[in-house]
Design a protein around this ligand. Structure first.
Ligand SMILES: Cc1cc2nc3c(=O)[nH]c(=O)nc-3n(C[C@H](O)[C@H](O)[C@H](O)COP(=O)(O)OP(=O)(O)OC[C@H]3O[C@@H](n4cnc5c(N)ncnc54)[C@H](O)[C@@H]3O)c2cc1C
Length: 403
């Protein structure tokens, strides 16, 4: 039966409020970054660990996932109420990462009972970290040309090959990985394997990113033994599963890009604060630089309409079959919004937006520069803007392939 909210949902508000008041560590209130440390791959304080464990136990880090695997089992309206109640007290969801955003939803849709029982509880509790083994040197946009080979060895697959740009591979416990199981066919020769990163033969080398961090890696597989029960989806049928996962990925990335840059934990400077503090206001309280004022206004209008569209698309997706190819529109637009935001912030900072390190610059100024550099990747990760435009033209608008 459709759940449109109402009395039950409001009753749930009381339950959520009581539970949050009793379980959210007060000390974390002023520190959203600390609350999400584990999900962002950082070091967790004792309070943050406690908060993650409590939310994981309750299943509210994945509020709408099925209760039978440990998820919250909440309806959409209840999940919205939970989010409102958390926002009211400054609580952030401490459970995230690729397991929650990409692999988990795909596993719920396509997984066998055995794989769901094995992998969902660890994701729900925020105890197991996942990374994405899709891209290879030479296989990015043309992902289906991937060469990492999985050979059938009777009771297991033997995997050899290399992945690249594997975000968080150095911290991950497991990798959802695309491998070639048939060399005669392209798309129909790909399978989806779940690989334990602690297996012998898995080697990870971090790559330094332009903003000075190493969030992604080269990942090498040399004679890695993967039990056959870790095949997810049909043999040689991994491409369909992979595409579905990409829709969840683009859906999540675009939602994140609307509010803050992906890869930057918490943005200290917003366009508004940077403009007011660094460009300055005239006697009527408006930004003194008229051209900059016009561009900031245009940007804020675009952000607002983008966020409304993301929300509407999410509501539509829930009443249909989850995210669709239209997520490519959101990923494209979200990357642009995020990159425009970071350009405006750095421009507002002027000479203060040129710092890399040192005491001449404040912490928020240095963070703004690194976030701006990181935002260059927003139009590449999860499928480039050009590829997303191709998806929109083909799958959303139904246009023919260019000759
Ligand atoms: C921050 C970040 C994190 C990432 N994390 C991961 C991860 O965790 N796991 C993972 O597997 N991958 C990850 N990636 C890799 C990402 O998915 C690829 O970089 C992306 O798919 C592009 O592939 P490529 O780099 O090989 O570029 P290429 O495919 O070589 O593309 C180069 C350029 O050509 C354009 N181009 C290519 N084909 C076409 C076409 N048909 N039509 C029009 N233009 C085209 C592209 O748009 C791009 O501008 C990450 C990338 C970044 C930047």
């Amino acid at each position: 039966m459709a759940d449109f909210g109402g009395d039950d949902t409001e009753a749930f508000r009381g339950e959520a409020r009581t539970w949050l008041e009793a379980n959210f560590p007060e000390a974390l209130k002023a520190n959203p970054a600390a609350q999400m440390a584990a999900a962002m791959g950082g070091k967790e304080s004792p309070e943050a660990k406690l908060w993650r464990e409590r939310m994981g136990e309750r299943g509210w880090g994945t509020p709408t996932w099925p209760a039978e695997y440990g998820g919250g089992g909440l309806s959409r309206p209840q999940a919205r109420v939970l989010a409102e109640e958390m926002a009211r007290i400054g609580a952030r969801n401490p459970i995230g990462g690729m397991g929650v955003m990409m692999f988990g939803p795909t596993l719920i849709e396509y997984g066998t009972e055995e794989l769901k029982r094995q992998h969902l509880p660890g994701i729900i509790k925020g105890e197991v970290r996942w990374c994405q083994g899709y891209s290879e040197p030479g296989s990015g946009s043309d992902l289906a040309s991937l060469q990492t080979r999985a050979e059938d060895k009777g009771d297991h697959y033997r995997v050899n090959g290399q992945k690249i740009w594997t975000s968080g591979a150095n911290l991950a416990d497991w990798c959802f990985c695309l491998v070639r199981t048939d060399t005669a066919k392209k798309h129909e020769g790909i399978s989806f394997l779940l690989i334990n990163m602690r297996t012998a033969g898995v080697e990870v080398r971090p790559i330094l990113l332009i903003n000075g961090t190493s969030p992604f890696c080269e990942t090498f597989f040399t004679d890695v033994v993967v039990p056959k029960n870790q095949l997810f989806g049909p043999l040689n049928g991994g491409w369909t599963v992979a595409k579905r996962l990409l829709q969840f990925e683009r859906d999540n990335i675009s939602a994140g890009l609307g509010g803050g840059s992906i890869g930057a934990p918490v943005q200290a400077l917003t366009v508004e604060t940077a403009a007011k503090d660094y460009v300055g206001l005239d006697e009527t309280g408006r930004l003194s630089d008229t051209d900059f004022r016009r561009r900031v206004t245009e940007h804020l209008m675009e952000v607002h309409s983008f966020q409304l569209t993301v929300r509407r698309a999410a509501d539509e997706a829930r009443s249909n079959q989850g995210p669709s190819a239209a997520t490519s529109i959101m990923k494209y637009a979200g990357a642009k919004v995020a990159q425009d935001r970071n350009e405006l912030i750095v421009e507002a900072l002027g000479a203060n937006g040129l710092g890399w390190e040192g005491e001449a610059y404040s912490g928020p100024e240095l963070a703004a520069v690194r976030t701006w550099l990181r935002s260059k990747g927003n139009s590449i990760e999860g499928g480039t803007s050009e590829i997303n435009l191709n998806v929109v033209s083909k799958r959303v608008l139904g246009l023919p392939d260019p000759k």
